[in-house]
Design a protein. Structure first.
Length: 549
């Protein structure tokens, strides 16, 4: 059965595959999957000639319920008639569609209720703008959803026929992995679940970051062994069959800890970072533990991409405790990037030396503040997330304790320049019990922030930038045990998501006071919001490969 619609010079057929031939001289013809919507076309009956045949009412309703969002992503991603994603970061930045939906991780504050994946409407022309329009509930309470990734991204752009339609959701506390079907972008559904035993039979636990690989695999970094001690490894899934494939590394030598990672095949390199021992950090943040190198990591682990072997460990020392989020420059030829260290609140630049080894240099330091009325006499910023704009011009970071988001111009990667700073909460607010008695940067404590009458509790944590670099979305949760310890108000009121408008020419950021997503409005589902993803990929999910000459 099929639904055939004539639209101007286009003949669009819904079959197993759909061939779209634009009436433009020299333009290519691309095969697109049938999961797109003609919603805008159907709003004006004069725009189509006829509907020839519909097999069932339910099939038609499913077809019409899907919005043009999916089609816009596929048209943009497959404009060059290749595989998913974008040919280059520049193409993604200049030609990628404006985001209309965000998938946001929601950790439930009620321990008896399962976490949810929230679909958030961020289309300013939509009647449900700034609203959670769908919640996909996981199957088990206590999973602790955290980060997410895709089955396919721009590193697979050369794989014609592959499709970005599955979101990978590893769980920090349960070791479960959910695979979510996003074919219907507004109403994703659970496609498959890997139970903890799938990971445990390989002696690994506590999954974190998920990336797709150019060969069609998905790998997920893991942080512990079965006892909860530190162990850096990677769990492999076949992106096509959705079957597990064991661990990624082939050598006996393993990293002491794990966390985030980024890869660049052009330089035969994958670099992974370190948080700490899961059995310890899962209980909360204990200040004395961070100084024990057996509990908290302070190294970058460099692997040979081709050999899948650990070839170099870069110890950052006591000035680089808990290196978390890592980002290569998006330019696939660039042999450098940045990593943010949480405990010591600094940014290191890593780069490839002439002898092909990798080296580091500290390029940003957020000064600690001397305080009273807090758990320690010195409060670090605690950098918990960083990201880079697709043109590699700006670096953004969040200080989860101080409460600010910062923007740096990294045109000169060795000398970042602070170009923007916005406070969105934190632990040093003027109405808090904490008193700042010595501060290298500020003369007064920031005031609480309200958006549309709602106080922003907690502090900025996860960041997500629009493809064009003009909108930065910010959520507030890092990890439920730590949220409860530092910002108990989050568990009472829930998280918020706000938007910063970015000046991409001169630098600078401004809070949009008309944008607010409140994850505490529904009192039966008070949620802690963490990572955000766009259906069509973004600057932290997608990795680009060097183009072949």
């Amino acid at each position: 059965t099929s639904l055939i619609v004539n639209f101007q010079s286009h003949k669009i057929a819904q079959r197993d595959k759909v061939r779209v031939s634009p009436n433009i001289k020299g333009s290519p013809s691309c095969f697109l999957d049938h999961n797109f919507v003609l919603e805008r076309w159907f709003r004006n009956s004069s725009r189509f000639a006829r509907v020839q045949r519909v097999s069932t009412i339910s099939e038609t309703l499913r077809f019409l319920s899907r919005t043009t969002l999916h089609r816009s992503h596929e048209m943009a991603e497959k404009k060059a008639c290749s595989g998913p994603g974008y040919r280059s970061p520049k193409v993604a930045m200049l030609e990628g569609p404006r985001e209309k939906l965000l998938y946001v991780i929601g950790i439930h504050t009620n321990p008896d209720k399962a976490d949810v994946l929230c679909t958030v409407d961020v289309d300013p022309d939509s009647p449900t703008y700034c609203q959670i329009i769908h919640k996909l509930r996981m199957l088990t309470a206590g999973d602790e959803l955290h980060h997410s990734g895709w089955n396919i991204c721009s590193s697979c752009h050369g794989l014609s026929g592959r499709k970005r339609d599955t979101l990978v959701l590893p769980c920090l506390m349960s070791d479960r992995v959910y695979l979510v079907d996003t074919s219907n972008e507004k109403m994703p559904r659970i496609k498959k679940v890997f139970e903890p035993e799938e990971m445990h039979k390989h002696g690994i636990s506590t999954p974190h970051t998920s990336h797709c690989l150019p060969n069609g695999e998905i790998i997920i970094s893991t942080m512990g062994n079965l006892n909860g001690d530190g162990l850096g490894e990677f769990f492999c899934i076949d992106a096509e069959t959705l079957r597990t494939k064991g661990t990624w590394t082939k050598s006996q030598e393993k990293a002491a800890f794990g966390y985030d990672f980024w890869y660049q095949p052009y330089h035969d390199t994958l670099i992974a970072t370190e948080w700490g021992a899961p059995r310890v950090f899962k209980k909360g943040y204990i200040p004395k533990d961070v100084h024990d190198p057996k509990i908290y990591g302070r190294s970058l682990n460099v692997y040979s991409w081709n050999e899948r072997k650990l070839k170099q460990t870069i110890n950052l020392g006591e000035d680089g405790i808990a290196p978390l989020e890592i980002r290569f420059l998006h330019d696939p030829l660039a042999a450098e990037g940045f990593v943010g260290c949480a405990v010591t609140s600094n940014i290191y630049r890593f780069y490839k030396a002439k002898d092909n080894s990798w080296k580091v240099e500290k390029v940003i330091q957020v000064p600690s503040k001397k305080v009273e009325g807090w758990i320690m006499p010195l409060m670090s910023g605690m950098i918990t997330d960083i990201l880079l704009s697709l043109d590699d011009k700006y670096l953004y970071l969040s200080n989860w304790l101080h409460g600010d988001v910062r923007q740096y111009d990294i045109s000169d990667t060795r000398n970042p320049k602070l170009t923007g700073q916005v406070f969105l909460g934190g632990s040093i607010l003027s109405d808090s019990q904490v008193r700042v008695i010595q501060d290298e940067e500020m003369s007064s404590q920031p005031d609480p922030v309200y958006v549309k009458g709602r106080r922003l509790y907690g502090a900025p944590q996860m960041l997500q930038l629009s493809l064009d670099g003009r909108r930065l979305y910010v959520t507030t949760s890092i990890f439920k045990p730590w949220d409860k310890q530092f910002y108990p108000e989050l568990l009472k009121y829930g998280s918020t998501m706000v938007k910063l408008d970015i000046d991409v020419e001169k630098g600078g950021m401004k809070l949009d006071r008309q944008f607010l997503v409140d994850f505490g409005t529904d009192k039966s589902d008070i949620l802690l919001a963490h990572e955000m993803r766009y259906p069509g990929g973004d600057c932290t999910s997608d990795i680009w490969l060097a183009e072949k000459p």
